[in-house]
Write a protein that binds this ligand. Structure first.
Ligand SMILES: [Zn+2]
Length: 96
């Protein structure tokens, strides 16, 4: 399955495997380093990345409407702690 480009910077995404007690998979943008939460297998990670609800359009819309906290909560749901960084990136780059 082909990975979609990053929703925030259109950068190329890559599927990565992290080795540990149990291996896990995640997708990361090679440009802005946006990274999703870990998945148990390759397929799940790819599907999650390609079908996530946190697309840039909905986040930009929230920011535009002044719903910054809502945007942050949505990003954190998909990206964990990294959500705050992603929000900052979007706002800094004036994507909104
Ligand atoms: Zn990116």
């Amino acid at each position: 399955m082909k990975l979609k480009n990053c929703p925030f910077c259109c950068g190329e995404a890559s599927l990565l495997r992290a080795r540990g007690i149990t291996d896990f998979w995640y997708v990361e943008c090679t440009a802005c380093r946006t990274r999703q939460l870990a998945s148990n297998d390759e397929k799940e990670a790819t599907t999650k990345w390609n079908t996530r609800t946190t697309d840039s359009a909905s986040i930009r819309k929230m920011i535009k409407e002044g719903k910054t906290c809502e945007a942050l909560a949505t990003l954190q749901e998909s990206y964990g702690k990294k959500g705050a960084e992603i929000l900052e990136l979007i706002m800094r780059n004036n994507y909104a």
